[in-house]
Ligand binder design. Structure first.
Ligand code: ZN
Length: 425
């Protein structure tokens, strides 16, 4: 990225360096050790189908011997791979021979001439205890944390057991510094600042329509007191797409809702009504693809390019969690369609998917709602109506309530049985 004159010089952050890694143990108990040049915070969790353990770290420079991780595993670990999954976030994924529990996950300070080390100890468990650790059946979105199943969240201090609602990003503050445990809902009004979004016939620009709607939705959600609502923007500011995604991840969001209002070129007919988009590599139709391209160009309009496209390695890693997250996103999209139908006209095919960059947080269920077409006269009439806005924000809030209801019940005290993390003396 070019630095404009007058801007502060960009300091390259000094990321922690991982210099070596090793596996020890046998098929009952396997230990993984990663040598670092400074302690980091991380979280570790298990996934099923296939059995994996995932370690999320702040961004780390991996200077590991070539081929490490793939040259034959040891004990419970068949292989492991690592890489950058998002700007600011690295991940290590272990492929396992079978179900495990995380018996210990900690960071040791440098001592006795040894560098700081990340230590992960895995213990073989039977299928039944593994399934219990994932939730009722390990698959039902309602019984586990949306996104991924967190078994343990490990700050660099003494290991602690975290409630399932604690979806800490790798670089978050230690959990005891965050007393507000309510689920975080991120509302993302599209475009802003120099980027007006779509604008038809000198009418109100998209960025204003969607900001007004986003604020109405925020107010409605905050009134319940059940959520912490975070806006990616609450005024006319330009926010790059990647930053919107980063906000959701850094806030450990339970849900990300991006709000837009579409326009169609005249020759493409008179489409009408709201559409709910989820992420897909392959667009569900030509219109969805066209729209995703248009929305993804937002950064180019502002003259900056933050396309930190993940590498191939990162793609593979993201894929693992993305699969789980997609299930939750689709479930929320269907709830949204049902609740919005009585409040606002929907597109004739209201559920679609395409490669929207803003939906790419691998571990935050995300949808993008096009409220209607600014190019359609009837749509535009209601898009600027306060009565419509109140009614539709209400409908959307109801869908968010249903989606997160189970989760709040869990956070309120009836914690499902989870395996603890044992502190090692
Ligand atoms: Zn837009």
């Amino acid at each position: 990225m070019a630095v404009a004159p007058g801007q502060l010089p960009v300091q390259m952050p000094a990321y922690p360096i991982a210099s070596d890694a090793r596996l020890a143990g046998d098929s009952r108990q396997t230990r993984f050790v990663l040598d670092l040049d400074k302690p980091v915070q991380f979280r570790a969790f298990v996934l099923s189908d296939p059995f994996r353990v995932v370690v999320d770290l702040p961004q780390v420079s991996f200077h590991l011997p070539t081929g490490i991780g793939t040259g034959g595993g040891r004990g419970l670990v068949k292989a492991f791979r690592y890489g950058l999954v998002m700007p600011g976030g690295s991940r290590i994924v272990f492929d396992l021979t079978g179900p495990v529990r995380i018996a210990n996950a900690s960071v040791l300070d440098s001592a006795n001439g040894q560098p700081p080390r990340l230590v992960l100890e895995l213990e073989e468990v039977d299928q039944a205890s593994f399934a219990r650790s994932l939730g009722a059946d390990g698959q039902d979105p309602q019984t586990s944390t949306p996104g991924v199943t967190v078994t343990a969240t490990i700050p660099s201090g003494p290991p602690t057991i975290q409630p399932p609602s604690a979806m800490l990003p790798a670089n978050a503050a230690p959990p005891n510094a965050a007393p507000d445990s309510r689920p975080v809902v991120v509302i993302d009004p599209g475009h802003g600042g120099v980027d007006n979004g779509t604008q038809s016939g000198g009418e109100v620009p998209e960025k204003e329509v969607v900001l007004a709607f986003g604020l109405a939705l925020r107010d409605r959600l905050e009134r319940t007191g059940k959520y912490r609502v975070v806006m990616t923007r609450s005024d006319d500011t330009f926010i790059p797409l990647d930053d919107r995604v980063r906000i959701a991840r850094n806030q450990s969001a339970s849900l990300f809702v991006s709000i837009h209002a579409d326009a169609l070129p005249r020759k493409e007919g008179e489409a009408q009504g709201a559409t709910i988009y989820t992420l897909s590599d392959k667009a569900s139709d030509a219109e969805a693809e066209h729209l995703a391209d248009a929305e993804n160009r937002a950064d180019a309009i502002a003259g900056i390019n933050l396309t930190d496209e993940p590498t191939d390695v990162a793609d593979i890693l993201i894929d693992l969690v993305r699969r789980e997250t997609r299930t939750f996103s689709n479930r929320f999209a269907r709830l949204l369609m049902t609740d919005m139908r009585p409040a606002t006209p929907l597109h004739k095919r209201p559920l679609k998917s395409a490669g929207f960059r803003v939906l790419k947080a691998p571990d935050v269920p995300s949808v993008l709602v096009e409220l209607g077409y600014t190019s359609n006269k009837a749509d535009m009439e209601h898009l600027v109506s306060e009565a419509w806005r109140g009614r539709t924000a209400e409908a959307m809030a109801r869908a968010i309530d249903s989606f997160l209801a189970k989760r709040i019940a869990t956070a309120a005290g009836e914690r499902p049985e989870k395996p603890g993390v044992r502190a090692k003396p």
